[in-house]
Design a protein around this ligand. Structure first.
Ligand code: MOS
Length: 722
């Protein structure tokens, strides 16, 4: 079904189930260890051999020699793969071991398979490699000024920026930097591969089933239908699992050669340099406003780097949409860097961009002597600032988010002047930032079956990466069929099910819910058709379909054969006609230790307007996770680049700092009442990434308000405050 005009009133609007808090239906499986992750299919695949990947010890150059003799003779070793004996693969997928070239540190150069994990790991240590190193480029700051720059993305040059900027009553001209960051999800990348003739099954940890399936098929040059991908449970992704890395490919390659299943998990240290990361940025902000605070000049230039053929960190994206201003100069420049590959990490673009833009707005507010909340309110705009009034926002409640947040957080108690509030050894301050995150949608299908017990089963490739997909899809099914959530079974993350959006870009919940909605609509139609009831006035409740006083149990209509339908949601051009985004306002209170410069976040509030909230429990958790990650981005997260050798030095969770429980205070989340008729029949919008957008800037602004130190290089570590 095509969604291409404002959503009509439909059963979801009844909000019998949808919109009410529901704990995760997969929770008991998870806490009892029964939810199986990619590496854990020991019952289905009892005889898998263990693989261990060897990564390159240099960033750029080639393998001069690789000696695997000792490894091959080591106890338990079944196979050692290198470029010398790996089969030829296609360029399109994720080919591994295809030659001697090294493009980045920890690129896979060998794969050892043994009877046990320990044997495989020990044998990897016996491989002797000699390299020819070549010069690499690892320093973004240096290539920004001297390197070859690849122009990327549509620049915005509107009006006369220079003139407006010079004439502005108040302006800021500042440069912010954001570091490389690592997703640091809990579950490592892991795969088990098994061949049955020419059919390959891969249990792997991935966010989008059909894209993993296509990628693996392309790598081996086999039809997509010959590859089954299963990611039933995924222990966090944050974008890291949108990409196919070496693990499923090496496992499949070895499994084919050995005629035996092979499993492999990347080690935590391998993840940092072998997989992708959020790339560092340098951001030059020039904002100019009239004395009334209304922006007249909006300038945002972004520099970033990546390997050839890979895209930029699109950190100016939100600047094109968030604020008005007739004179605009927005550019993104990408240089070639030989660091590991940069790719999507939670809110790619906005998360890094808002760290800079929303602090620059704070700096502008101070220059204008206008309250930072008030400055955002004065700069509201209800249409796409570049496309003009012909492209309105479908809904935009940023002003209401700001007002509600200010009220609830006690913003009026904030001292406009920094360094004024003292609590013992702590200087205390408050900060605010706006949040915006685009609301993309993707086609998404499902199969729905009602059986003779009146149980509804929903099957879809949609994944649940910890976000709550299992629960919300059960809720949509329950609402549509008039069932309790307990009467709905949800099966996810298997390429045998209908293709679905998957989890990425904040499109998962809205898109997959729409797919399940259309599927359940079709199932309702089929049930009514078979019921023989008058179709003009039917409703579904208490496990029955009811018409004009007649009620028939779904179980009876389904009979022994059951009733099963498949449908797919597709989306038309409403996204073109309307700018669609979710909005939020983040408020932070921090303490800065007067002696050490230690920063503690004392409390935070996020107010979000993201369309209909399908499940307040899982939606709130998404925001809490985003806020936690935003605090990490502000205060601690950074992949430290060794600019001599071109790798991330702090490649484990001891050295790559993320917030722990002790770092996180009382966090509060408020959702504004909102429905978006242009977004989907569910009237929901993406939320998963909104939660992180702007959070770090609110923290940094609070730090400035507390102690009067403006740090423009993230993260705000103690050494930069003192
Ligand atoms: Mo997201 S960074 O699209 O998982």
């Amino acid at each position: 079904m095509l969604f291409n005009s404002p959503a009509p009133r439909n059963p979801i609007d009844n909000e019998t189930v949808v919109g009410h808090p529901h704990v995760r239906i997969d929770g008991p499986l998870k806490v009892s260890g029964q939810a199986r992750y990619a590496y854990e299919y020991n019952d289905e695949i009892p005889n898998a051999a263990y693989g261990f990947m060897l990564g390159a010890g240099i960033a750029t150059g080639s393998i001069r020699s690789i000696d695997t003799k000792a490894a091959e003779r080591a106890p338990g070793v079944l196979l050692v793969l290198t470029y010398k004996n790996a089969p030829k693969q296609g360029d399109d997928g994720a080919p591994q071991l295809q030659g001697t070239d090294i493009k980045h540190y920890d690129q896979a150069i060998a794969f050892v398979v043994a009877e046990t994990f320990e044997q495989a790991r020990a044998a990897v240590g016996m491989i002797k490699v000699e390299y020819s190193k070549s010069r690499g480029t690892f320093d973004l700051g240096a290539v920004k000024d001297s390197g070859e720059v690849t122009r990327y993305a549509a620049d915005t040059h509107m009006g006369d920026f220079q003139k407006a900027f010079s004439a502005a009553a108040a302006s800021v001209d500042v440069t912010y930097t954001t570091p490389d960051q690592s997703h640091s999800m809990m579950e490592p990348h892991a795969s088990i591969a098994k061949w049955d003739g020419d059919k390959l099954t891969v249990y792997t940890s991935h966010q989008i089933i059909h894209s993993a399936q296509a990628n693996i098929a392309d790598t081996f040059g086999i039809p997509q239908d010959n590859v089954r991908v299963v990611s039933a449970y995924v222990g966090g992704g944050f974008g890291s699992k949108l990409v196919v890395y070496s693990d499923p490919i090496l496992a499949a390659m070895a499994a084919r050669q050995l005629g035996r299943p092979v499993k492999v998990a990347l080690t935590r240290p391998q993840i940092y340099n072998h997989t992708t990361h959020r790339a560092a940025t340098i951001q030059h902000l020039r904002l100019g406003a009239g004395a009334d605070g209304r922006l007249t000049a909006v300038g945002h230039q972004v520099w970033c780097g990546n390997q050839a053929g890979h895209g930029p960190e699109n950190a100016a994206a939100q600047t094109k949409l968030l604020y008005p201003g007739d004179n605009r100069w927005i550019e993104t420049r990408l240089s070639k860097l030989d660091l590991p590959i940069g790719a999507a990490m939670r809110a790619p673009g906005e998360a890094a961009g808002l760290l800079a833009l929303e602090c620059a707005m704070d700096e502008l507010a101070e220059k204008l002597d206008i309250d930072p909340v008030e400055l955002r309110i004065r700069n509201d705009i209800q249409h796409d600032p570049e496309a003009g009034p012909s492209r309105p926002f479908s809904t935009r409640k940023l002003v209401q988010c700001m007002q509600t947040g200010a009220e609830r957080f006690g913003w009026s108690k904030r001292s406009p002047k920094p360094g004024q509030v003292r609590d013992g050894e702590w200087l205390v301050g408050m900060g605010v930032a706006a949040a915006i995150r685009n609301n993309p949608v993707r086609p998404s299908g499902a199969r729905a079956t009602v059986d003779r017990d009146g149980i509804l089963t929903i099957e879809t490739q949609q994944t649940d990466i910890g976000t709550g997909s299992y629960t919300i899809l059960a809720m949509i099914g329950a609402e549509m069929l008039g069932l309790p959530v307990e009467a709905v079974r949800v099966k996810l993350g298997d390429s045998d099910f209908p293709e679905a959006a998957g989890s990425g870009g904040s499109f998962g919940a809205n898109s997959s819910s729409t797919g399940v909605y259309y599927t359940c609509s079709a199932l309702r139609d089929e049930i009514v058709r078979r019921s023989g009831l008058n179709t003009s006035d039917v409703s579904f409740s208490d496990g029955s379909v009811i018409s004009q006083g007649h009620s028939i149990r779904l179980a009876d209509i389904a009979g022994d054969a059951g009733i099963s339908v498949e449908e797919k949601a597709e989306f038309g051009d409403l996204q073109k006609k309307f700018a669609q985004a979710a909005f939020g306002a983040h408020f932070a209170e921090v303490g800065v230790d007067i002696a050490t410069g230690e920063i503690r976040v004392r409390r935070m509030l996020s107010v979000c307007a993201a369309g209909r909230i399908i499940n307040p429990v899982t939606a709130r958790s998404q925001c809490l996770g985003g806020m936690t990650m935003g605090i990490g981005a502000a205060l601690m997260e950074e992949c430290v680049v060794d600019k001599r050798y071109g790798y991330f030095v702090n490649h484990d969770l001891a050295e790559y700092q993320v917030p722990v429980h002790a770092d996180i205070p009382d966090l509060d989340v408020v959702f504004l009442d909102e429905v978006d008729d242009q977004s989907s029949p569910i009237r929901a919008k993406g939320l998963g990434e909104l939660g992180i957008c702007g959070v770090g800037a609110a923290v940094a602004n609070a730090v400035y308000n507390a102690c009067g130190v403006r740090v423009r290089d993230y993260p705000l570590t103690m050494d930069k405050i003192i």
